[in-house]
Design a protein around this ligand. Structure first.
Ligand code: ASP
Length: 438
């Protein structure tokens, strides 16, 4: 059994937390490879090391010196080393500062948080440190070169029973350090899990798993014990603040399950994200509910629209011309509508699109309405349970809320409901109560 564990910023925030990380890793011999983030916030108003490093890069660019921001970085790491009684960190920090000045690169500076925290963690655990720069490679197109990366890592991990790998960065085609986008250590963890042929990718964070609904809106929502990759994708796309589905593609492709765990409550079960092949149906109908506010609907009506070949094509061409992507396209026999993020339609774009649609298809009726919220009710179980939509719409009706739009994904994995923004929170609560407070 091989487990790869990734620890996020709060898990690495100070010496006490890093000592917890070491305890967690040492508690299970299967936890062989560890990927770490840079130290994050210790308290609400604290500054993440990565943010201090972006500021350092700016200082270097503008003044040629690392400045105050890097002093704070040094202080944080020296504090951590003191707490953990580790030696030699002063020297490493001096070398790092010199390198940041020499490289004068934002990505290089930003990557040093993970570099330093990985070195410290390796020293604490007494295992080798593997610098992601040597293993994680980007191609000339700026994208991860998976083939090269997995081959290099597989080779690098061979014969090394345990190791710490730095998250968040790798090396580009010109031999320069390049980072993933923010939060990218999740990807690094997934890459190592894939290369190590892990049986499980443990993602250690500061919450005990995913919740079935937004806790800012629904009181004490239930934890989701397990969900499939597909459900994760639906929920995270609709705004659920969970691990981003795109960030875990390396493990998804290799069918490796992910377990979300809480560093501060390791005994809690967490949430399992399972490949479809390992997914088991349970009694539950709905796995989770998520939603987003502020959509605009463009509604088009024309009699005998269905008989006019190329009608949809012409409308889509208008959207393409304006570079607009739409979320949903509910349609009827003589009607069609597009649900679009209102943000994309600002500064006169909506008016221009409507003018172009008028010209392209001469509709009988074209109107738009905004301030629409979308709520996604997600679960594989929905396809197996009779009466799910009756329950869903019954609950919304009993709350006295008018449904403005309905879209059921063809996979029967989700039902999307559109309501006025002002009814967003009430709809989420009504739907949650129906399916989870039975
Ligand atoms: N330290 C990086 C960030 O703050 C990457 C990560 O933590 O995943 O975005």
């Amino acid at each position: 059994m091989i487990k790869v564990c990734k620890f996020g910023g709060t898990s690495m925030a100070d010496g006490t937390n890093i000592a917890r990380v070491a305890d967690i890793v040492n508690a299970d011999p299967a936890r062989r490879y560890v990927v770490v983030s840079a130290p994050g916030k210790r308290y609400g108003a604290d500054i993440k090391i990565t943010d201090l490093l972006y500021e350092t890069a700016k200082n270097v660019r503008e003044t040629g010196a690392a400045g105050e921001a890097f002093e704070k970085v040094k202080e944080r790491f020296l504090g951590i080393a003191r707490e953990l009684k580790l030696e030699g960190i002063e020297q490493i920090l001096l070398e790092t500062e010199a390198e940041i000045l020499r490289e004068n690169s934002e990505d290089f500076a930003a990557s040093r948080g993970e570099y330093l925290s990985a070195r410290i963690t390796a020293q604490l655990l007494g295992v080798p440190f593997l610098d992601a720069r040597r293993y994680v490679k980007f191609g000339a197109d700026g994208k991860l070169d998976g083939e090269k990366t997995f081959a290099l890592l597989r080779e690098g991990l061979k014969g090394i029973p345990r190791a710490v790998v730095s998250g968040f960065y790798g090396e580009d085609a010109n031999g320069k350090v390049k980072t993933f986008s923010r939060g990218g250590s999740d990807i690094s963890g997934a890459i190592v899990a894939r290369a190590a042929g892990a049986d499980l990718y443990e993602n250690w964070t500061d919450v005990s798993g995913f919740l079935a609904c937004d806790p800012r809106i629904v009181q004490n929502p239930r934890r989701i014990r397990s969900l499939s990759y597909k459900e994760l994708r639906e929920l995270s796309y609709m705004g659920a603040n969970v691990l981003h589905s795109e960030s875990i593609f390396p493990v998804r492709e290799a069918d490796i399950p992910i377990r979300i765990k809480n560093t501060f409550r390791p005994e809690d079960e967490g949430t399992d994200i399972l490949p479809t092949s390992k997914y088991r149906f349970t009694e539950k109908t709905v796995t989770g509910i998520a939603g987003k506010k502020n959509f605009t609907v463009i509604f088009i009506e024309k009699s005998l629209m269905n008989a006019e070949i190329g009608f949809t094509h012409k409308v889509l061409t208008v959207l393409l011309k304006h570079g607009i992507s739409f979320e949903h396209m509910p349609s009827g026999i003589d009607t069609m509508s597009f649900v679009i993020d209102s943000e994309e339609l600002k500064n006169g774009v909506l008016e221009e699109i409507c003018r172009d649609i008028e010209a392209a298809v001469k509709p009988d009726n074209l109107h738009t309405y905004d301030d629409i919220s979308l709520i996604a009710v997600v679960g594989h179980g929905m396809s197996r349970n009779v009466g799910t939509s009756a329950r869903l719409f019954g609950a919304i009706a009993r709350a006295g809320i008018n449904v403005r739009m309905i879209d059921q994904g063809s996979s029967e994995l989700n039902i999307i409901v559109g309501v006025d923004n002002e009814n967003y929170e009430r709809t989420l609560r009504a739907v949650y109560d129906e399916f989870f407070n039975e």
